[in-house]
Design a protein around this ligand. Structure first.
Ligand SMILES: [Fe+2]
Ligand SMILES: [Fe+2]
Length: 197
């Protein structure tokens, strides 16, 4: 597995822009840090982190064409906000180009942009690592999200989804319904915990 990971890194370094590659490496290591905290498999987490943006070098228009060519079904939401599509096409590439058979890794790539209700531990790790990795510096809530990530992962996912929806709605951008469903799910967990306090 170590060899696969090292080879993948070389391949991605050639394909991705320097900034995207830096982000990718950063995400893969934060995935391993979260895996240590929550008892997930380290190599599986590193691999998912490494591949999460493997389709990011295709532009939005291109990625729609690529998906159509491979008969990958696209929802009407995905067509309206193709920026999330690199996750779906990335999972396809990971399987068919990079030969990854581990369904958990493929799902973690698949859901890293929108999230979804009831995510697996690995899905939550990649989703969170993508947001908190140390090269990120835009979101104002990063300090709090970074600390919550290592305390309560479900709560962290809730905060990320809440902030993302507020940002998208504030800007008048289209919101994928899967993100709304994910938010509703993690909001319920958040409220249940609050009720227990
Ligand atoms: Fe991404
Ligand atoms: Fe990313």
């Amino acid at each position: 597995m170590k060899e696969i990971i090292l080879n993948l890194r070389d391949d991605l370094k050639e394909k991705l822009s320097p900034q995207r590659y830096e982000h990718t490496i950063s995400v893969s290591f934060i995935c391993t840090a979260l895996a240590m905290r929550y008892g997930a498999d380290l190599e599986q987490s590193e691999l998912a982190g490494l591949l999460h943006d493997c389709a990011k070098y295709y532009g939005d228009g291109n990625i729609i064409k690529k998906c159509e060519k491979q008969n990958i079904f696209l929802t009407s939401d995905e067509l309206k906000a193709p920026v999330v599509l690199h996750a779906k096409y990335g999972a396809w590439l990971a399987e068919h180009k990079y030969g990854i058979e581990d369904k958990e890794v493929l799902d973690a790539i698949r859901w890293h942009t929108t999230g979804r209700p009831d995510m697996s531990l690995l899905e939550k790790i990649v989703f969170t690592a993508d947001y908190i990795e140390p090269r990120r510096d835009k979101a104002a809530d990063l300090p709090i999200v970074r600390s919550v990530a290592f305390i309560d992962l479900d709560e962290c996912v809730y905060i990320i989804l809440k902030g993302t929806l507020e940002y998208l709605e504030g800007k008048g951008y289209f919101v994928d319904s899967m993100s709304v469903q994910a938010y509703d799910y993690y909001k319920k967990i958040h409220e249940m915990k609050k009720g227990e306090l």
